[in-house]
Design a protein around this ligand. Structure first.
Ligand code: MYA
Length: 625
């Protein structure tokens, strides 16, 4: 249905392959190796690590849709909401542990399996922003159905959209868009979870060079038992053209179940998102034609990373929808429930909870549309922002659903409350599509590597200070100022609404302090920063807060400027968030450089080692037995 009326052109931008080393490869030059990192990225997140407020991605708040695209989207929004309210039954899907056939058929008729597939390949051709808006509705109603749809198009066949040849697109996209064929993304293996490049699945080129024989086993594959088309990552032998040496590298393949040799295990029994199918998938000498290599032989790791980078905004949007639902449930209860002679929302303890939930939602929603808007505007570097969004959204959705249960009390714990399933469904979102733990390290290390480019430039310039006087003076002065705790001139006053000038100043100060701290850490630890994960976590948390601050400052400024009916509430939410976030940023940055904190970290390492050695608790029971 969507397909027939879609007018918008598909804007799944081709992704720049940002090259950096996250967890393994420190540089011997003294800072961190910077291979292929765009030296002058427009990403706010990356430039934050240099203490710079590069604002073109974040101010003004993205407005990337034409009037006709908005009109089309409004229609899709109404249809999707109506479908989920009238046809889909989330409790029944949960109880049956499968999506009801009438829902699957209805979704196919809506075009929901090919939302971002270009019209020429029979998809709806939505932009990222339009997709985000629809996914938000799915997230508000049924996260399990969201995963069936998301595992199919956010990651399952996203590789074909991003890296596919014309022939691959023409062959596979139409049936994927219609839902006739389901897709799955096959990366994870029993011994390869977060360490994605350690996969063992192997593909060997046939002597005539016409096909690969692919063998291996993948686990926890969403849609694994339903899919006909798989994006599979396997190790292949690749010859180095320069040295002639051969090396194992990851290659991505499009694999059809019909090739033969593809089987799957039974559906996994899970805590939540039960209606989505999760299964092991086995490949036994599957004959894959060479034409089905995706993104070049040996280029598979980057294909995988870019699919994941590109899909994460969908999760942020879906979870904005889930938070909206949780708040609705909580508020509905708080506005009715009488205790101690008052409606419970009249008590300060409840008001604080509701306000914090609303703020979390405001930040999550702002991040979702900031990222999708940047992607639609053609910005190529958004991987830090997408990782930040995924972490913030999944932790906020967990917080808000949990607080909704708390506000609803005993009622919230009951299945009939409609929130119990949401809590179960939500738990996985902090784990899959990159655990929040690994993504925190990814954010910190990617940013540090970018910042180290600045330091290298000054190191280089210092070798010929006379010839590079301008660079040395400019950068040297900045560094000196930062060290002395003086401003380097970062300001947001020209872009934020005057009502938000205090919040703007707090954010500008946070950006400067962040840059100074990163510089200090790089100087202190050099390549060994890679081993300081407790420090890196604090840096990532500060980056997440600062990105949240600019996202809401930008959005609330727009609302104030436009005199939007909700401008005052938005302004309040922005101010509260920025004030609290700036305190957290100060704290996290102070901890990351503090000697006392470092000693604490060492003690934590010792505690953990002892607990692990003991196989659990170390100390004697207080009763002595
Ligand atoms: S799917 C499984 C998810 N799995 C993961 O996310 C794996 C997590 N691991 C990693 O991301 C990587 O292994 C890490 C890299 C980050 C740890 N962008 O030496 P390296 C390049 C671009 O640093 P490692 C699931 O959960 C890098 O530049 N490039 O790598 C289903 C370098 O290139 P070069 C990147 O130390 C969920 C090379 O790679 C990136 O091994 C279902 C090697 O780098 C990057 N990010 O660690 C969800 N990273 O050599 C359904 C690395 O040239 C969707 N590189 O310098 C639901 C949607 C919502 C609902 C929708 C409803 C419709």
């Amino acid at each position: 249905m969507f397909r027939s009326v879609a007018r918008a052109s598909s804007v799944v931008g081709s992704q720049q392959l940002l090259s950096r080393s996250v967890l393994r490869r420190p540089d011997v030059l003294g800072v961190i190796q910077s291979r292929n990192v765009q030296e002058d990225s427009k990403s706010f997140g990356l430039n934050l690590f240099r203490g710079q407020n590069r604002v073109e991605q974040v101010f003004p708040f993205p407005d990337v849709m034409h009037a006709d695209q908005k009109e089309t989207l409004q229609m899709f929004v109404d249809q999707t909401a109506k479908f989920f309210e009238t046809t889909n039954n989330s409790d029944k899907n949960d109880a049956l542990e499968t999506v009801e056939p009438k829902t699957m058929e209805g979704l196919k008729a809506l075009g929901a399996f090919g939302l971002q597939v270009p019209n020429e390949h029979h998809g709806v051709g939505l932009t990222n922003t339009q997709y985000a808006r629809l996914v938000e509705i799915v997230g508000a109603h049924d996260l399990g159905v969201g995963i069936v749809l998301g595992a199919h198009q956010s990651i399952g066949f996203k590789g074909i959209l991003l890296f596919g040849t014309d022939a691959q697109k023409a062959k596979y996209l139409p049936k994927l868009a219609s839902g006739e064929n389901m897709a799955a993304f096959c990366l994870t293996e029993p011994a390869s979870g977060s360490d994605a490049s350690s996969i063992k699945t192997r593909a060997v080129l046939s002597p005539d060079g016409k096909h690969y024989l692919l063998s291996g086993g993948k686990i926890w594959i969403s849609n694994g038992g339903l899919a006909e088309i798989f994006t599979v990552f396997a190790k292949t032998e690749v010859k180095d053209e320069v040295t002639g040496d051969t090396k194992d590298k990851v290659t991505a393949f499009i694999v059809e179940r019909s090739f033969g040799g593809v089987t799957n295990g039974p559906p996994e029994k899970k805590m939540g998102i039960k209606c989505s199918n999760t299964a092991e998938v086995y490949f036994d000498n599957v004959k894959v034609p060479v034409e089905n290599v995706l993104g070049g032989v040996g280029g598979g790791f980057k294909v995988a990373m870019n699919i994941l980078n590109n899909g994460r905004f969908g999760m942020v949007a879906a979870l904005a929808g889930t938070i909206r639902y949780s708040i609705h449930k909580a508020v509905d209860h708080a506005a009715q429930r009488l205790q101690f002679g008052k409606k419970i929302h009249e008590f300060g303890a409840m008001q604080e909870k509701i306000a914090q939930m609303a703020i979390r939602h405001y930040v999550t929603e702002s991040m979702a549309y900031m990222i999708s808007g940047n992607m639609d505007a053609g910005f190529k570097d958004f991987q830090i922002e997408a990782a930040i969004g995924k972490i913030y959204a999944s932790e906020s959705a967990w917080f808000c659903a949990d607080e909704a249960v708390q506000i609803m009390g005993g009622m919230g714990y009951m299945r009939a409350s409609g929130i119990e399933r949401v809590v179960r469904d939500l738990r996985i979102f902090r784990i899959f599509e990159g655990t929040n733990d690994i993504l925190r390290l990814f954010i910190a290390m990617t940013g540090m590597q970018y910042a180290s480019g600045d330091l290298k430039e000054i190191q280089k310039a210092l070798k010929n200070p006379v010839g590079n006087l301008g660079t040395v003076m400019g950068m040297g002065t900045k560094m000196m100022k930062r060290r002395m705790g003086l401003s380097t001139g970062v300001s947001l006053q020209s872009v934020v609404h005057p009502d938000l000038s205090t919040a703007g100043n707090q954010t500008a100060q946070a950006i400067e302090k962040f840059g100074a701290t990163v510089e200090q850490l790089l100087m202190k630890y050099k390549k060994s920063i890679i081993d300081e994960q407790m420090v890196l976590n604090r840096v990532a948390d500060a980056a997440i807060d600062i990105y949240g601050m600019v996202s809401v400052l930008s959005r609330a400024s727009r609302s104030l400027k436009n005199n939007s009916p909700s401008a005052q509430t938005e302004s309040h939410m922005c101010q509260v968030f920025c004030e609290e976030a700036s305190l957290r940023v100060d704290n996290n940055l102070a901890i990351s450089t503090s000697g006392a904190a470092h000693k604490r970290f060492e003690k934590m390492t010792a505690i953990s080692n002892h607990v692990v050695q003991a196989g659990g608790i170390v100390q004697e029971h207080p009763l002595g037995f």
